[in-house]
Design a protein around this ligand. Structure first.
Ligand code: ZN
Length: 307
């Protein structure tokens, strides 16, 4: 079955000067895709920007309006790390819309696995706050889009970005129908993600945080990852969504994790095995070394496709 892919030049329009989360990240991925002829072997999807009403499924109205108002006046800061240009709020709705489109198409059977090359990233955006380079939470919106469909009762989100996916955790903390697994460097930004944070109410036990110290080796990382995947296997989700953050690469400037291209290929293979015939979509989060971002994404996609 073919592999679904979203790439679009619109994601370049979120340009805010000297910032690690910059349009050049897409150049790195584009050139690796060209080199490995990725587009030729994929089903490329089109999409619409997310409707404000849909964004409200996971975010407070005030937060959404603040992002639009900030772009409308030409740009500004939503938090010390999160700067918007005049186009950024629009681009964020496109990143959200792309994630939603990929999620729906994977469930509806156009393909079973896919990847969305979007920016800005999303996993730090909480129910009420844009933060940490993230405006809207793309993966949370994609999960909601899947859960609207009849065949999906519960989903699991796997986050292998070097940073804790605090926004995703926040949004689903009391939900039993979304399992959230995050492996992340700790202590590190944003400071959340301790093992004791396991969910609450109906979501008790459906958040699994694996904080790992800086400088660990790959085998320690994979041991932890295997344990996390076992927990998801027991949860038995109908679909898997991945916050694919490549700042867990050993050469990334924003983290101190041990992964490399081979490791991302292995992660892709493990996730494909875990998903089996269920939908499995991945959405780009971090990854700030443009020398290795493109090759890492390609290795991961190859792993997902069993190549
Ligand atoms: Zn990150």
């Amino acid at each position: 079955m073919s592999f679904g892919l979203i790439v679009d030049s619109c994601f370049r329009d979120h340009a805010t000067g000297r910032h690690p989360e910059r349009p050049e990240r897409l150049d790195s991925i584009d050139s690796a895709f060209k080199e490995h002829k990725i587009l030729e072997s994929c089903h490329c999807l089109s999409f619409e920007p997310a409707e404000e009403e849909f964004l409200e499924k996971v975010h407070r109205k005030e937060m959404i309006e603040r992002a639009f108002a900030t772009s409308a006046k030409g740009g500004g800061f939503l938090d010390p790390d999160t700067i918007l240009s005049g186009y950024s709020a629009r681009v964020a709705t496109q990143a959200a819309g792309a994630s939603i489109a990929l999620a729906r198409a994977a469930v509806q059977g156009e393909f079973r696995k896919g990847f969305a090359v979007v920016r800005p990233p999303g996993h730090h955006a909480t129910h009420q706050r844009s933060m940490g380079f993230c405006i809207f939470n793309n993966i949370a919106l994609a999960a909601e889009a899947m859960l609207e469909l009849d065949s999906i009762r519960k989903v699991a989100i796997v986050d292998f970005d070097v940073h804790h996916g605090n926004g995703t955790q926040d949004i689903f903390y009391e939900r039993g129908d979304v399992f959230f697994l995050s492996l992340h460097e700790y202590p590190h930004y944003p400071g959340t993600g301790q093992a004791e944070e396991t969910g609450a109410g109906e979501g008790q036990g459906t958040t699994l945080n694996v904080p790992l110290p800086p400088g660990i080796d790959q085998e320690t990382w994979f041991e932890a990852f295997h344990k996390g995947l076992e927990a998801i296997s027991q949860y038995n989700p109908d679909a898997i969504l991945v916050s694919a953050g490549f700042d867990s690469h050993r050469r990334d400037p924003l983290g101190d994790f041990p992964l490399d291209e081979k490791a991302y290929a292995r992660i892709g293979g493990l996730l494909a095995d875990l998903a089996g015939e269920h939908p499995l979509i991945s959405i780009l989060e971090g990854g700030y070394n443009v020398d290795v971002l493109g090759s890492s994404v390609v290795a991961y996609i190859d792993g997902l496709r069993g190549r």
